[in-house]
Design a protein around this ligand. Structure first.
Ligand code: NAD
Ligand code: TYD
Length: 356
């Protein structure tokens, strides 16, 4: 079995690649443009495995994608490559449309042509798994029921709108051309190798460096947190057992306000790396809110639990502790990804916020 994974050098993609190469008799064809969010170091020993092949290709480049399909002849595709950070999408939406919408369109067209030319058994086996987000459903109020696969789309940010558009394209290619697809919509992930622009790694690293912990608004927004290893396991379940044309919501059964999350990070750091200056919570600062900030996300995972028998294994407490420990132990990885471009972004995003 040869699986083409796009975005396999990013946070979730690299976990998926490590699981596929490490636990399955599979070949992984890793297609990644190595943007600021992609990193070769994130796949560790897979780099030298004979069952891992890297193609430095941008999904916006159709000719390059055609060559990859022609040369490697994948059995299945898992599509994770995307621009993924909401705040960046607010500052600079264009690349989100280019990669998430036009890049997905390219991939669908190349996959469709390839699939049409396959012989019976290979054609039967082929599938494109599109990895998406719960943010396409928009925001929930405090008492609203969690998102199901039937919840209407109502994206709020340029990021979630671009992901919603890509989901619509995938469904249209299934309905119109019969392309075999499956879609999964997942809640917020956390864990090792997450780029330190996202909430949890940013808070861990800022805290140990004695920098302010910038909480948007009053920190009351709620996210449903899922440990990245659980997500990658879910993706493997969906790829192997998911129904053709079906959608699966994936969540962590773990709703927390942002302030609760930041306080939990601080409490773990107080134990693992006590600061002589005092508890890390003293660094929390409330800053100007994100425009259009969704209040709450929550996932109803009944479908994937009952149809595919998947459920998360990690609790938030154990997963967060592992994550904090990982960032404390992997300062080399952190230093390598925090390039000049990273420092520019931090200046752009937080320079304009000021304390509220
Ligand atoms: P990430 O930003 O960490 O990684 C994205 C990867 O895609 C990087 O390796 C990058 O180099 C690559 N990439 C970007 N543009 C590309 C292009 N034009 N061509 C080829 N490669 C390109 O993202 P992530 O957090 O690992 O998310 C992976 C997928 O999961 C995304 O589709 C995202 O929308 C979805 N998702 C993420 C979360 C989350 O909490 N992180 C939750 C739900 C869904
Ligand atoms: P983030 O990790 O960017 O994920 P997403 O926007 O996809 O949910 O943010 C998680 C939550 O944390 C979100 O409600 C915004 C908030 N947040 C802060 O309060 N401060 C920060 O510096 C960042 C990056 C996020």
């Amino acid at each position: 079995m040869k699986v083409l994974v796009t975005g396999g050098l990013g946070f979730i993609g690299s976990e998926l690649v490590r699981q596929l190469v490490g636990q399955h008799p599979m070949t992984v064809l890793n297609v990644d443009a190595l943007t600021y969010a992609g990193n070769m170091d994130s796949i560790g020993g897979c780099r030298s495995s004979r069952r891992h092949v890297f193609e430095h290709v941008d999904i916006r480049n159709r000719a390059a994608l055609e060559r990859v399909f022609r040369e490697h002849r994948p059995d299945k595709v898992m599509h994770l490559a995307a621009e993924s950070h909401v705040d960046r999408s607010i500052s600079d939406p264009e690349v989100f449309i280019d990669t998430n919408v036009k890049g997905t369109h390219n991939l669908l067209e190349v996959a469709r042509e390839y699939w049409a030319g396959l012989a019976n058994e290979a054609k039967e086996r082929f599938r494109v798994h599109h990895v998406s987000t719960d943010e396409v459903y928009g925001e929930l109020g405090p008492e609203d029921p969690a998102f199901t696969e039937e919840t209407p789309y109502a994206p709020s940010s340029p990021y979630s709108a671009s992901k919603a558009a890509s989901d619509h394209l995938v469904r249209a290619w299934h309905r119109t051309y019969g392309l075999p697809v499956v879609i999964s919509n997942c809640s917020n992930n956390y864990g090792p190798y997450q780029f330190p622009e996202k909430l949890i790694p940013l808070m861990i690293l800022n805290a140990v460096e004695g920098k302010p912990l910038p909480v948007y608004g009053r920190g009351e927004n709620i996210r449903d947190w899922l440990y990245v290893e659980d997500h990658a396991r879910a993706l493997r379940h969906v790829l192997e057992h998911g129904g053709d044309g079906r959608t699966y919501n994936i969540g962590g059964r773990c709703e927390r306000t942002n302030l609760e999350v930041v306080r939990s990070v601080c409490a773990i750091l107080d134990e693992l790396k006590p600061d002589p200056e005092g508890p890390y919570e003293r660094l929390i600062r409330f800053v100007a809110d994100r425009p259009g900030h969704d209040r709450r996300y929550a996932i109803d995972d009944t479908r994937i639990a009952t149809e595919l028998g998947w459920q998360p294994q990690e609790t938030f407490e154990s997963g967060l502790r592992k994550t904090v420990q990982w960032y404390l132990d992997n300062t080399e990885w952190v230093e390598r990804v925090r390039s000049g471009a990273y420092r520019d972004w931090i200046k752009t995003n937080y320079g304009m916020r000021g304390e509220s």
